[in-house]
Design a binder for this molecule. Structure first.
Ligand SMILES: NC(=O)c1ccc[n+]([C@@H]2O[C@H](COP(=O)([O-])OP(=O)(O)OC[C@H]3O[C@@H](n4cnc5c(N)ncnc54)[C@H](OP(=O)(O)O)[C@@H]3O)[C@@H](O)[C@H]2O)c1
Length: 314
């Protein structure tokens, strides 16, 4: 099958286009003919070798953890031709989704939302599941609480803002000026331009009682700002860097790093919310797989609004 792959770690110049062996589905796996994938920051982190300590990697590696396509043969509850989507992480980093086919456990795969295109479906699984699991499974966000989401205009932030609003929470988020209208259109109640405003002062002015839940989608120094505005007994979840255990103890806050898990049941719930028009899609820019290197470079610049989707038109 045709795929983008690499057989050494490095920058975008390690990426190759060519024929690689097609994965063979094991028992309880679905073979999917992929039509679209999307680019996530994890794709360049894997290409650079940064996740080697977290899970086994086997060359040649096909990047990509978002799947959108159709089922090739009946498997489990799926019938040949079903439109499906999935967060495509498996136990070993090898067969990603920048390819014509992938195989995935039945437990990772969900029917794609009927109301959106296959290209749009590719923008959803990894980021929507991350937002859902971090906000609800780790942080147990409740109605009436206030959540501070850093990086609201990214892929995860785009869904996190909306899911928090659906839950009945108040959302305060950071973005640069050019994305302020975008995050407001997703439902953010209070938007701080981190390039021109003092984030800590702005949060304190709007939420003097302090923040119940922090969802950190940016990491680094921005965590310090969040620590200065969180309430005692709040919850602090980062999807980028492990939060300080010392600060968590000092402030009596539940804090941790969350790594998204494949999760078909929650993907089905996300699908229902999309079809019910309760959850809108992030901003999406569609490219050809032949432009994968440029798309990865753009995501690596950390300036993308919403998502970049790749059509698998090798
Ligand atoms: N642990 C996990 O399971 C998991 C899952 C998904 C993602 N992640 C990680 O989470 C991070 C975000 O992922 P993503 O897919 O949402 O990224 P993304 O879509 O690439 O995020 C890009 C957005 O971040 C915003 N941004 C950049 N620097 C910012 C800052 N200092 N303050 C506020 N906003 C800033 C940019 O907006 P402006 O241009 O307006 O600044 C841009 O719209 C990445 O590091 C990714 O690897 C982890």
């Amino acid at each position: 099958m045709k795929a983008v792959y690499f057989d050494s770690f490095g920058a975008n110049d390690v990426l190759k286009f060519g024929d690689v062996e097609r994965p063979i589905p094991k028992q309880d796996e679905v073979l999917i003919k992929l039509t679209h994938t999307s680019v996530n920051p994890v794709d360049y982190k894997i290409r650079a070798g940064h996740l080697q300590g977290m899970m086994p990697h086997v060359f040649p590696i096909i990047p990509g953890w978002d799947a959108s396509g159709t089922v090739v043969e009946n498997s489990g509850a799926f019938k040949k031709g079903d439109r499906v989507f999935a967060y495509a992480r498996t136990g070993t980093v090898k067969y990603g989704t920048y390819a014509e086919y992938t195989t995935l456990p039945v437990s990772s795969v969900a029917k794609a939302p009927a109301s959106i295109s296959a290209a749009e479906a590719a923008a959803v699984p990894l980021v929507a599941l991350t937002a859902w699991q971090a906000l609800f499974d780790f942080a147990d966000l409740k109605s009436g609480e206030t959540v501070f989401i850093s990086g609201g205009s990214g892929g995860v932030g785009s869904f996190a803002i909306q899911l928090a609003k659906i839950k009945g929470a108040r959302v305060i988020t950071t973005t640069s000026g050019r994305n302020m209208d975008y995050v407001k259109s997703l439902g953010a109640d209070i938007v701080i331009d981190y390039t021109t405003q003092d984030v800590v002062q702005a949060v304190r002015a709007s939420v003097p009682e302090g923040i119940d839940v922090v969802l950190d989608c940016v990491g680094g120094d921005t965590q310090d700002q969040a620590w200065r505005v969180i309430k005692s007994e709040g919850r602090f979840v980062s999807i980028v860097d492990s939060p300080s255990a010392a600060l968590a103890r000092e402030k009596n806050v539940k804090a941790g790093f969350w790594f998204v898990n494949p999760d078909a049941p929650r993907l089905n719930l996300i699908s229902e919310l999309i079809d019910a028009k309760k959850l809108q899609l992030p901003a999406i820019s569609v490219r050809s797989i032949n432009d994968a290197a440029a798309a990865l470079a753009e995501v690596e610049s950390r300036r993308v609004r919403g998502k970049i989707v790749l059509t698998l038109d090798f």
